[in-house]
Design a protein around this ligand. Structure first.
Ligand SMILES: N[C@@H](CCC(=O)N[C@@H](CS)C(=O)NCC(=O)O)C(=O)O
Length: 228
């Protein structure tokens, strides 16, 4: 059975959404990143980047959430646009845009707003600005179509949902007034039974919640190593 390495964070949750939407059988394996389980040699052998999510499907190993979405969509033939070069071009562009822009900028905005030991106005402004700019691009796209690729709900919408459902935590209060079309999509996906099941997957396991020294060491190793 497909093994799904997860936590309750945004990137694993988009993969959980796909698994729940399709009903693919899977074994959820919790990786408690606040306990440092992402750094265990047996997990690094699956994902050398030491992050969640990852999947093991027989002899196939896939890490990075959008790569997993694409792999599973191609494996099942579900939640893909029509198979034309034009539609595939759009699919790849938006998937990579979410993977390389929306996710990283949202993550850094949350880090500098909530977790950095110093409140650095320059860093907060830079990352919140960029997260907002990316959200604005999604919002403009969704002003003229129901889903990211048109009339059909695809893995791009699932990828978008992963981080943008936390928009107020990323860019602050008032996020939803700024991005009404994005809110429409996030609300629509969030109301799907599969999204609700994906959101409660984390409750099947007691993940550590304390941000103590062990958690800081595991998640923010740069605190102990000055490289610049
Ligand atoms: N590009 C990766 C990013 C994965 C990632 O940053 N995962 C976070 C949770 S959303 C994580 O594992 N954090 C724990 C850590 O950084 O140690 C993806 O899309 O899967």
């Amino acid at each position: 059975m497909l093994k799904f390495y997860y936590s309750g964070a945004p990137n694993p949750t988009k993969v959980a959404l796909f698994l729940e939407e399709t009903g693919l059988a899977y074994e959820g394996i919790p990786v408690d990143t606040r306990k440092g389980e992402q750094h265990k040699p047996e997990y690094r052998a699956i994902n050398p980047n030491a992050k969640v999510p990852a999947i093991v499907d027989g002899d196939v190993v896939v890490f990075d959430s959008n790569a997993i979405l694409l792999y599973l969509a191609e494996k099942t033939g579900q939640f893909l646009p029509e198979n034309t070069p034009k539609a595939r071009g759009e699919l790849l562009s938006w998937l990579m845009f979410v993977a390389s822009g929306v996710g990283p900028y949202a993550g850094q905005a949350v880090h500098f707003r909530n977790y950095a030991p110093e409140k650095l106005p320059y860093a907060i402004n830079r990352y919140v600005f960029e997260a907002q700019r990316h959200f604005g691009i999604l919002d403009a796209r969704l002003a003229t179509r129901r889903y990211m690729l048109g009339d059909a709900y695809t893995i791009v919408d699932m990828a978008v949902w992963g981080w943008t459902r936390m928009a107020p935590n990323v860019v602050g209060d008032g996020a939803w007034e700024k991005f009404p079309n994005l809110k429409r999509l996030v609300d629509e996906i969030g109301a799907r039974p599969a999204a609700q099941r994906a959101g409660t997957l984390k409750d099947r396991h007691t993940f550590k919640t304390e941000l103590d020294a062990e958690a800081l060491d595991a998640m923010f190793p740069h605190l102990k190593e000055k490289v610049a």
